[in-house]
Ligand binder design. Structure first.
Ligand SMILES: Cc1cc2nc3c(=O)[nH]c(=O)nc-3n(C[C@H](O)[C@H](O)[C@H](O)COP(=O)(O)OP(=O)(O)OC[C@H]3O[C@@H](n4cnc5c(N)ncnc54)[C@H](O)[C@@H]3O)c2cc1C
Length: 550
């Protein structure tokens, strides 16, 4: 018999989106937050730059909106952009109330103001930041508040496996009533009933071989929502960061654009420069152009990496301006004052995701989605820097308002169908999972990466379909593990990315295909509609739920 847990609100994911929502709701509800690994492990913790909001008196909401829409290459939903820009300041003020200590500065009149930086694509200084570790400041501050809250329970090291939904007989709609969750410590599957379930599981960049994201970014929420029947949109728009350190022991280490801003040059393995041949701004061209040029040269030469070289600058300058990078590379045996750094572009941000409305509601009753895994329409075909943490905060707050109003106070918990693993056994072929992991991420990198063609996409789709069959087979016969659960989700997300990419017969924003290099006059989002699901949990969903007052 698997253990059943109960709560009013289940939040799956403990990044900026999930923690913000929990703190907003816990005044009126018993909240459970799930995190797959340690509470702080997610993209939020690693965000460096900051969060965009209009704080400067010379700046305006209209200007923030206009910059966002230009970056989005004509595909942003203007109502989402307006809603986000208008609510940004209030959300930042809330963060400050929670204790996040953004950098301040004294102006010429002796007034203390928030120090605002300016990033690519922003026409004003509007980025609040906490040195170069903004995400860490937000994550650790919110996590601290959550841990102290008496109405929030944190389930660390729990993987959500699948949503549990019941059919609502009246209008044939589905309603979410909770999820199956895998306790990584006991290695047992449990269930959790919730009146409201919120997916806040972050992006899916781990579907690519090289990524700036932490390990948890395996698109679990997108895959779960899709399997349950939600629509997803714009999955073809993956943002790649041009320069991630390429070293077997580096993990995911970004090399900031400021290096190129200070004169670092991109070089081929033979030492020659290539950016001037691609763009007159050379190394200072926008992120997607630089990433595309690196990818082009790597594929053309059949090499593993390119090089970023700042060694022509004085050694003291490098050490003073880039102390973290200097130290990190030195520890790996690279002295950047004397030699170039090996680099690859890396998958950085998932612009598309599960479709939601302005209150965070998905297509399924009582199921919400917020943060990087959702598609709000804000980013369009390309994300403007520092708008993503903002989107987490704005939509967490919007969902909190909606949930607080619609939460039933004397709700009865329901008995959930049990997880049936009577016919599964321990895996005896871990190598299959390992092999499929590598294969999937490699062909996604090679065939569905920065520069695409229809032939490569079709090739990738064929491979994904084969892998899906194999993984589904494996999933139905063996006990779950973290690697298996993530692989099952990644292969699902890979399929969604490829299908969206094949649907788009143009190049726009982050989606660039050699077969359709032009941008069409009309901009439309790519929307995929889920078929009836076929997951193991959906079989149990057919079991009637028995209402039980506790
Ligand atoms: C290196 C780096 C730098 C960045 N810099 C910036 C920046 O300067 N400004 C900016 O705006 N954005 C930046 N971003 C993007 C931004 O950090 C993310 O978009 C944002 O933090 C996403 O927050 P989130 O709450 O949606 O997800 P995350 O913070 O990624 O959290 C996801 C959570 O979901 C949990 N989870 C996932 N799957 C499951 C599951 N199956 N079961 C249970 N729990 C699960 C994870 O454990 C984690 O707790 C950066 C990203 C990276 C990687």
């Amino acid at each position: 018999m698997n253990q059943q847990n109960n709560c009013d609100v289940l939040i799956i994911g403990s990044g900026a989106a999930g923690l913000t929502l929990a703190l907003h709701l816990a005044k009126n509800a018993d909240v459970v937050i799930l995190s797959k690994g340690p509470l702080n492990e997610g993209s939020t913790y690693y965000a460096q730059g900051g969060i965009a909001a209009v704080f400067d008196e010379n700046d305006s909401i209209e200007s923030h909106m206009s910059d966002t829409i230009i970056a989005g290459a004509g595909l942003c939903d203007e109502s989402a952009v307006q809603y986000t820009a208008e609510n940004a300041k209030a959300c930042l003020e809330w963060l400050i109330e929670q204790g996040v200590d953004f950098d301040k500065d004294e102006n010429s009149q002796g007034e203390i103001k928030y120090h605002l930086t300016r990033e690519g694509g922003h026409s004003h200084r509007r980025i609040l930041h906490a040195a170069d570790a903004t995400g860490k400041a937000i994550q650790t501050t919110l996590a601290q508040r959550v841990k102290q809250h008496s109405r929030i329970r944190v389930f660390e090291r729990y993987n959500a496996i699948d949503l549990i939904c019941e059919e609502k007989s009246k209008n044939n709609n589905k309603q979410c009533v909770g999820a199956y969750i895998w306790n990584r410590s006991s290695e047992k599957v449990e269930s959790i009933y919730a009146q409201k379930t919120i997916l806040a599981t972050g992006g899916a960049s781990k579907v690519y071989q090289y990524t700036s994201n932490p390990d948890v970014a395996s698109g679990d929420g997108i895959a779960m929502a899709w399997r349950a029947g939600c629509r997803v949109a714009n999955m073809e728009f993956n943002q790649f960061h041009p320069t991630c350190l390429f070293h077997p022991d580096a993990g995911t280490f970004l090399l900031t654009e400021a290096l190129r801003g200070e004169g670092a040059k991109l070089r081929r393995p033979d030492g020659s420069r290539f950016m001037p041949a691609f763009d007159k701004r050379a190394e200072l061209a926008p992120r997607d152009i630089v990433a595309r040029a690196i990818d082009f040269e790597m594929k053309r030469l059949g090499v593993d990496c390119m090089y970023l070289d700042i060694s022509h600058k004085p050694s003291d300058f490098i050490k003073q301006h880039f102390p973290t990078i200097y130290k990190r590379t030195k520890d790996l045996g690279i002295d950047i004052t004397k030699q170039p750094m090996p680099i690859v572009p890396a998958a950085h941000y998932t612009c598309g995701g599960v479709m939601i409305d302005q209150h965070g509601r998905t297509d399924i009753h009582q199921l919400y989605a917020i943060g990087e895994m959702s598609y709000t329409g804000l980013h369009g075909a390309n994300r403007l820097a520092s708008n993503s943490l903002l989107e987490c905060l704005v939509y967490a707050r919007a969902a909190a308002l909606e949930i607080s109003e619609s939460l039933e106070q004397n709700n009865c918990f329901k008995k959930l169908p049990r997880w049936d693993d009577s016919r599964v056994i321990d895996s005896d072929e871990e190598v299959v999972i390992q092999h499929n992991w590598h294969e999937l991420r490699l062909f996604m990198w090679d065939f569905v990466g920065i520069v695409r063609t229809t032939k490569r996409l079709e090739r990738a789709l064929h491979r994904v379909e084969l892998l899906q069959q194999e993984i589904q087979d494996y999933y139905q016969n063996f006990k779950v593990s973290n690697n298996l659960l993530e692989l099952r989700n990644l292969v699902q997300v890979a399929e969604l990315i490829i299908r969206c990419a094949l649907e788009r017969k143009e190049s726009r924003g982050l989606h660039y295909t050699l077969d359709f290099p032009e941008t069409l006059a009309e901009a439309k989002p790519t929307i995929l509609v889920a078929k009836k699901n076929t997951t193991r949990s959906s079989l149990s969903n057919a079991v009637d739920l028995i209402e039980k007052a506790l």
